[in-house]
Design a protein around this ligand. Sequence first.
Ligand code: ADP
Ligand code: MG
Ligand code: MG
Length: 934
Amino acid sequence: MSKKITKSSSAKSGKFPKASGAKASKLVYSFGGGKADGDGSQKSLLGGKGANLAEMTRIDLPVPPGFTITTDVCTYYYDNKRTYQKELQGQIETAVARMEKLLNKGFGDKNKPLLVAVRSGARDSMPGMMDTILNLGLNDETVVALAKLSNNERFAYDCYRRFIQMYGDVVLGVQKAQGEDHEPFETVIEELKSELFPGEEHVEDTRLDAKGQKELVRRFKKLIKDRTGKEFPHNPWEQLKGAVGAVFGSWMNDRAMVYRRKYNIPHEWGTAVNIQAMVFGNTGDNSGSGVAFTRDPASGEKVFYGEFLINAQGEDVVAGVRTPEPVAKLQAIMPGPFKALDRVRGILEKHFKDMQDFEFTIEEGKLFMLQTRNGKRTGLAAIRIAVEMVKEKLIVPETAVERVPADSLAHVLAPIFDLKAIKDGLFLTKGLPAGPGAASGKIYLNADRAEEAAARGEKVLLVRIETSPEDLRGMIAAEGILTARGGVSSHAALVARQMGKVCVCGAGDLIVNYEQKTVTVKGNTYKEGKDFLSIDGTSGEVYAGQIKTAPSEVVQVLIAKTLDGKKSYTYQCFDQLMKWSDKFRRLQIRANADQPDQTLNAIAFGGQGIGLCRTEHMFFEGDRIDAVREMIIAETKEDRAKAIAKLLPFQKGDFIGLFKALKGLPATIRFLDPPLHEFLPHEEHQMRDLAESLGVSAEKVHARVSSLHESNPMLGHRGCRLGIVYPELSEMQARAVFEAAAEVQKMGIKVKPEIMIPLVGFPKELKLQLEIVHSVAKKVAAEKKVKFDYLVGTMIEIPRAALVADDIAKDAQFFSFGTNDLTQTALGMSRDDSGSFLPYYQEVEIVKNNPFASIDQQGVGKLMKLAIEGGRATRPEIKLGICGEHGGDPSSIKFCHDIGLTYVSCSPFRVPVARLAAAQAALAEKAAAKTKKK
Ligand code: ADP
Ligand code: MG
Ligand code: MG
């Protein structure tokens, strides 16, 4: 017979401060005993964790009962001076009563105490970003009951001291003060250990017996009293109120905000709080806890993957304090629970239809599920899993395309270590492969210093004993992350994979000395800020120095052609995904390329033409710069014409190469754009050399250089303004294009030039330039007796052009949005000077994203729409493209799709990303249309 449950303390003293005037609504959602108020679809209300706890409960997985306080409460909390809706208290009491009934325990009960975990849970999972409090409900009385019930006094006091420690840290703010190197609670533990085991180093926690744990409890309480002036709260309701408030409070802590900014999670979303009955993985060798993935999150392979620790509470696994065992080993140690776990693995994938990352605890041989979510994965794994799940008929191709983050394709194209260089390199040690790819960098042992070094332009490798969420900024800045402790599901690994960072963790041979700022491995010592290390996140290997990298498999197949596609499974998955993308997308993808080899790369990656050929890049090659300079220095029209005539064959040769590579695909060729001074030397001795080679006086060169000096070159004599003042320049460029076209056409290759005039603001500018182009075209056609299939158009890159687009379209057959300059001119902000304030602008959310990376849709985007409207009014069939840096940015690509552009153009290596992003934009549009219909 069970004893009657009596609560040791009333709920009154721990009430949630309420605000007046709120209307009644459901703020608390219970789950447990096979039933749940909520379900997996309610992630915005219940948070990701809460929604999936409900969902797992519904499909009869073994989830400890509990309840979720909704994100609405968080929103309310911040809107109302950190108070709660008045009905919250009652709803929580009802939910707690439900748990008590299900488990036959009582919150604060002196005989059968109900202990709970208080867990945060935002809509999107934010790994390690907020703090979890375990074993809540323990106090001097309930701990005695727990000891009796478990017949394990050591365990009970271990739980108690952990609870005081977490609560003290998270709720009461007993944390390391500035200048302190260690957490105050850890210091207390170390002190006690050195008293109990004098002379010994690295004493494991497990050696502290019940007496030792009790002593810790005493000292922890004293520490709290000393630091806060307050007693540790014994009333479980007061504990609960404090913990819930701390979770809501942590939504606005620094590391959570950094994370949200990085991943564009709005601050308004808020977090939910989950209160769940505790299960114990730390009762002895028949218990444990772990984290597992239904497939390998690094490679995507369909294997059971994960880790566990015997006799541990889950925090030990994710915190990376002890290095855990691979989950496969569980089979031998606990065959029963392993079987149950493997069955759950199958159920999860069938139900959620995606790779799951789940947390479990085994208490005395019984399995409990604590969390599941769609697993973070590397780009490589994302592609493989999506493609294989289609083969397994778990998902359709549309879902596969939607699911792979477009940017992750960039990871698959990222370099790996050069095999030969690796053989010659000094191998140091091996850790766990946690984020694939190859990275070399100067080592830094602290996140702040790593961030500073990266800001100075150094390549940085962040090396830590283990990482914690505070290291996030340093991880963002680093090329790669190397840790001495922690497994593949540690914080470092999780975050690295998501960011696409190279990561090796748990490299136990590393001795990281924070004081000396050195890393020692096998007798070799490396210094922070001075020495380089290299890590291979695919194999886990660590090397000394900087190691040469080699292209990825996909690049080897498509570009270097050193690998047969049939022999690369990675390539095959990539290719399949690209084929599906091409089926779904409407936008065409072109590349920005100036040279034949770049053009060939772009086509190999699936590019459908050149969206921007910057002709000035051709001016810098070989010794042709001499002719360019001669042209600029020339004083008379005749002299200038002579110099320009020298340039013609070069430029023509370039275009022939380009047209041949394109094999009939279109090429947008932009006429000379940058201010002339960019081509002139500025150093005294260089100017003298130039004068000599041109046979003019040094003074003359000097005078010309200073006459070309501009105080604001971005807004100076550049773009079409050059061709207007020096028409012979445009004439030469047009002739080079058409003579090249004529020659290549005669080889039987189609040629489709699209001549583009930059920086037009006045319709007359375009008109004057096009007169030149058309008259040259006519002349060359007559001379060579050929016909040309060409277009003429303009860039829209200053606001005036967008405003008078209808007029401009009278002459322009196409518009290409030069969003780099359009952003600079629309915002009145120079990209190269924005570094000093733009990061701060993002921090205080004046802008959500860097407008030079992602189109400012409200401002610049509005100008684009205006231009499209004007252009189409005059010329309905007008061709529309974008050639700014934004053409390779997935969210900008979506915008371009939505406003109806014909194509986007980006750098050759971004073409695959753009193909996928374009397909996703098309699928999103379809989905939106469908929901609208409903
Ligand atoms: P995070 O969002 O940082 O992963 P969690 O809420 O999942 O935080 O909690 C961290 C760890 O605490 C979990 O991995 C789990 O092992 C442990 N934990 C959470 N809830 C419980 C519970 N009800 N019983 C036992 N352990 C728990
Ligand atoms: Mg978790
Ligand atoms: Mg421009």
